[in-house]
Design a protein around this ligand. Structure first.
Ligand SMILES: [Zn+2]
Ligand SMILES: [Zn+2]
Ligand SMILES: [Zn+2]
Length: 351
């Protein structure tokens, strides 16, 4: 690799308008920290104790239908509620608070308890893509909902309470901080240059080739890359090639393309350390505030915590909590590792 990236430097994240510190020489330091358990996929297709499996009773008392594909329901333990809230009383100007309304749903991807996106087929992931698009559209159409955040926490390391393949959809009457920061950055870039920030970024990445490149792979409609400003060791940004603000605008071919790119990326992740690779992933789409958002470009972020093996994770502590995020392995080296990972899963399916 080019020596210019091997000394300590900081990189600008134009989407978040913040810096990340890159310290490639630190990857040589000895490791005496936490060693976590290696995670293997669950073996049982049905778990009588699982509150997401078909036909089972949930903690709230409802019973799941005998669903055969995807299944969505309102979270029994929702962090936000749709009821009109009680006005807040303020005791001092500094102690600011506002009522926060929202609607939290759970989406089961598949009836089989043992599967993950990585071990589902493209044909099985396509209905999940359609469900995401449908939920975004239905929730976004409610006049009080300004933003729909679709995400998935995968693995106990990322706080997932249940291995059953599922994700969450939190919709809110306000714009959350990450979406607000990216709206501001994309709007400013469009106003300043006349170009979409992420269309320009994608063109920039496509012009870089070889070991310097950060593109992991692409299909007809999407690109998977380790962004220039990645914070997590194997962080990946999925970008649509077409300038689209949200999933409902995707063609049938683009929806197949999204299923394909999700399958291939999660398989590479699992194969990297031969483990069920933990991550938080989510889609960033235009706000549903009934305003035009020509600045917004659809994308997904994957934030996986693993650093150098199935058992050694990255921690955000010390300088990162008090100063700024920092990484050791360069984004270029991470992209190289992911390019080298197989798209055939190390743990084949029997069902
Ligand atoms: Zn289950
Ligand atoms: Zn764009
Ligand atoms: Zn984003």
């Amino acid at each position: 690799m080019d020596a210019k990236h091997q000394s300590p430097h900081r990189r600008w994240n134009p989407l978040r308008q913040s810096w990340v510190l890159v310290s490639p020489h630190r990857t040589q330091r000895p490791w005496q920290g936490e060693v976590a358990q290696k995670m293997t996929p669950s073996a049982a297709a049905y778990d009588p104790q699982c509150y997401l499996c078909p036909g089972n009773e949930r903690a709230g008392g409802a019973t799941n239908p005998a669903y055969g594909s995807v299944f969505a329901f309102v979270n029994d333990y929702a962090a936000l509620l749709p009821e009109t809230p009680v006005p807040m009383e303020t005791e001092a100007p500094l102690l600011k608070a506002e009522p926060a309304r929202g609607l939290c749903k759970v989406l089961c991807y598949h009836p089989d308890h043992s599967l993950t996106l990585a071990r589902m087929t493209r044909e099985e992931i396509r209905p999940v893509v359609d469900a995401w698009a449908r939920e975004y559209e239905e929730l976004g159409r409610m006049d009080w909902i300004e933003y729909v955040q679709i995400f998935e926490n995968r693995g106990a390391m990322m706080g997932a309470s249940n291995p059953h393949p599922h994700g969450q959809i939190w919709s809110t009457e306000f714009l959350p901080d990450e979406a607000a920061a990216e709206t501001k950055a994309q709007r400013e870039h469009l106003a300043l240059t006349g170009c979409c920030l992420l269309c320009e970024y994608l063109a920039t990445e496509k012009a870089v080739a070889g070991a310097e490149g950060r593109i992991v792979f692409e299909n007809e409609h999407f690109v998977a890359l380790v962004p220039w400003w990645a914070v997590w060791p194997f962080e990946v940004l999925l970008l649509s090639k077409r300038h689209v603000g949200a999933m409902p605008a995707f063609t049938s071919g683009e929806r197949d393309g999204l299923a394909d790119v999700l399958k291939r990326l999660t398989t590479r992740f699992d194969n990297l350390f031969e483990t069920s690779f933990p991550y938080t992933m989510g889609f960033h789409q235009e706000p549903t505030d009934n305003k035009a958002h020509p600045e917004w470009h659809f994308h997904a972020h994957f934030y996986p915590p693993l650093l150098r093996s199935a058992t050694v994770r990255k921690f955000m502590v010390g300088f990162e909590m008090l100063g700024m995020p920092q990484r050791d392995i360069t984004p270029e080296a991470a992209a190289e590792r992911l390019r080298g990972a197989s798209e055939v899963h190390f743990w084949p399916r029997t069902t």
